[in-house]
Design a protein around this ligand. Sequence first.
Ligand code: ATP
Ligand code: MG
Length: 265
Amino acid sequence: MAATILAIANQKGGVGKTTSTINLTRAAVTALGLRVLVVDADPQGNATKALAPEYQGSLDQSLATVLDKTKNATLIEAIVPGEWAGVDVVPAGSDALADAAQNLVTMKAGRESRLKRALAEVTDKYDLIVIDCPPSLDQLPINAFTAAHAVVIVTEPGQFALDGLARLLDTIEIVQEYTNPQLVIAGAIINGYQRTNRMDRWCTDLRESLEAPVLDPPIQRATWIAEATEAGCGLDEWNTPKASNLHRTYVEHLGNILDNVRKAS
Ligand SMILES: Nc1ncnc2c1ncn2[C@@H]1O[C@H](COP(=O)(O)OP(=O)(O)OP(=O)(O)O)[C@@H](O)[C@H]1O
Ligand SMILES: [Mg+2]
């Protein structure tokens, strides 16, 4: 069976894409025993920092060299072992990834499909491929959406966030129209939730307006989530009841995401 490919996305910065990438990955290896490849498609390299910290910065092989049309490196060459058993990582490659994305803009044909073609080589080796998208709507997320079976939207609650989602949905529609008709939105994760009437109203609005499943419950805002995740520590390893509960929530969310992908295919 070929891997299910998920793009974790929102062009808004700091909403919890990388946090979701890491915790869904943890859920996949611990609860479901899946072999996971995390593709760090963000020049900031935060997923690499947490999951394969030895491979930060500029590297001989990385997603940057895979996407760079002058280098034409294969994806297999760029894969490194992650800190967690069952998790491999394609490191971002830092600024070189931003340059590679910029170079794609001037490429005439096939630029949207470079990641898809590169991943084709390894889809039989993994059960799940998770692409951590950058906070942009340029060629990096477009390559991720073109390669993926599904987008998982991560959003924080708030009116500005809702405005941004409209642009994200437009981009997804364009990709569905031109390069990936099968692409679905497998779920939206609300991250950074705090119980207030305003936030609850916003969550209700999102559930009513988004034509995609909103994954319940939302992920609360708490400093220990940032501490654990940034340190590359699984929430199941954090040894507090709250963290174990949240780990189970990510397991549930991943189960629902994978069900939604299956139903759509
Ligand atoms: N639920 C949460 N509670 C507390 N802190 C959080 C939570 N989720 C994320 N953070 C913290 O907020 C910051 C931004 O989160 P994260 O890096 O996951 O967002 P992102 O969308 O990937 O950002 P970027 O767009 O820069 O890639 C990080 O420092 C992270 O540890
Ligand atoms: Mg990020």
